[in-house]
Design a protein around this ligand. Structure first.
Ligand SMILES: Nc1ncnc2c1ncn2[C@@H]1O[C@H](COP(=O)(O)OP(=O)(O)OP(=O)(O)O)[C@@H](O)[C@H]1O
Ligand code: SF4
Ligand SMILES: [Mg+2]
Length: 343
């Protein structure tokens, strides 16, 4: 079980804005979360909810301009990544935080062999000799389940299938034994069987290596199978956060409830399997001053248009440690809600 007392990563008040010709896009709005040692945090939300921009902001992966990380702290093992030099940040990216992207074809370099690409961070960040790096590269390929690893080092990305390339990406991300692995929709581009294999692989690696993982996905079904805790994002904000079982059994935010209804019910008729949430997610052209979900919310009332609901714990635990939600309507109990509604 993860050790809840030891946060590897602690993000507070993160704000990221894009400056575009048409004005500012407030992509990440006051996002706070932590990741404990050995824990798997699932991050869900529709397209455009700010999942990728949040994670890329943490480790300086966004080009600036147009991106401007305007505020917050990102403590990785006690060091604020927003305050260190670009050079130090590069070494954190290579060695302390591994990142796996959605499409392995765009993140692997087509002109270098896989061996080269796995060995590069080992030589650069771990100061290994070529021979040591080669031995470790073989070990890593074996770890992610690539057969005949020694001979595969000289292959190029196009000679591998999508699933194999994604395994290689995971091997590269794991090369320097990172404290945190961030996987941004790593299985979306793969077919269902390969997706299941990659998920199994990550579960196995997690047990073996005890790493903390952030897993971003559109798919709450995937989260149910692998996460300890879930963070739901909407409009560049965290709208709900809870241990995985609690989130599935007691969802509070109307958006989370709607998302849960979109999980395909295996046993149901095909046409009933996917209930899509009506309406579009907002494009945040200003910092939010009202609830970002209000245009699509069936529980909306007057306060929702005036006040962006702050996150609040609903179980008496410190914020972020248990179940919290950012909604004026959600718990407390219905009797109290009507008082709030008429306040
Ligand atoms: N380079 C950019 N310039 C301007 N706006 C951007 C840029 N990159 C992202 N955004 C905006 O930031 C917001 C958050 O985008 P982000 O990529 O984090 O969404 P996401 O939750 O990862 O979505 P998806 O599930 O599609 O990957 C979106 O509104 C997006 O349009
Ligand atoms: S704050 Fe209001 S509009 Fe927003 S999700 Fe809650 S009820 Fe709906
Ligand atoms: Mg994304």
């Amino acid at each position: 079980m993860p050790d809840r007392a030891v946060p590897v990563l602690e993000v507070k008040g993160l704000k990221t804005v894009f400056r575009t010709r048409g004005g500012e896009i407030h992509a990440v709005n006051d996002v706070s979360f932590h990741l404990d040692k050995g824990e798997l945090l699932g991050v869900v939300g529709e397209s455009g909810s700010g999942k990728s921009v949040t994670m890329m902001s943490l480790i300086g992966l966004l080009p600036s301009p147009p991106a401007d990380v305007r505020g917050g702290t990102v403590m990785l093992n006690g060091r604020d990544l927003l305050k260190i030099s670009p050079e130090e940040l590069r070494s954190v990216r290579g060695a302390k935080v591994g990142f796996v992207f959605q499409d392995p074809m765009t993140s692997l370099n087509p002109v270098f062999t896989l061996g080269n690409q796995i060995m590069e961070p080992l030589i650069k960040h771990m100061k290994m000799s070529k021979k040591q790096a080669e031995a470790r590269a073989i070990e890593l390929l074996e770890l992610v389940g690539i057969p005949d690893a020694k001979n595969r080092l000289s292959a190029y990305p196009h000679q591998f299938s999508g699933g194999m390339r994604q395994r290689v990406m995971i091997a590269i991300a794991l090369a320097c034994d990172p404290d945190v692995l961030i996987a941004d929709e790593p299985t979306t581009a793969l077919d269902v069987t390969i997706q299941a294999q990659i998920l199994e692989l990550v579960k196995e690696l997690r047990q073996k290596l005890g790493m903390a993982i952030i897993w971003i996905t559109h798919d709450l079904g995937v989260i149910a199978g692998i996460a300890d805790r879930v963070m739901v994002m909407y409009g560049g904000q965290v709208v709900e956060q809870a241990p995985v079982r609690e989130l599935f059994s007691n969802p509070q935010h109307p958006y989370t409830r709607a998302l849960l209804k979109t999980i395909p019910a295996i046993s149901g008729p095909r046409e009933a399997r996917l209930k899509v949430i009506e309406g579009q997610p907002p494009i945040m052209t200003a910092a939010p001053t009202a609830c970002p979900f209000r245009a699509r919310c069936e529980h909306r009332f007057e306060t929702c248009d005036r006040v962006n609901p702050p996150r609040r714990a609903i179980d008496g635990l410190a914020l972020g440690q248990g179940h919290d939600v950012a909604c004026h309507w959600a718990a407390p109990a219905p009797a109290v809600q009507s008082e709030v509604a008429h306040a």
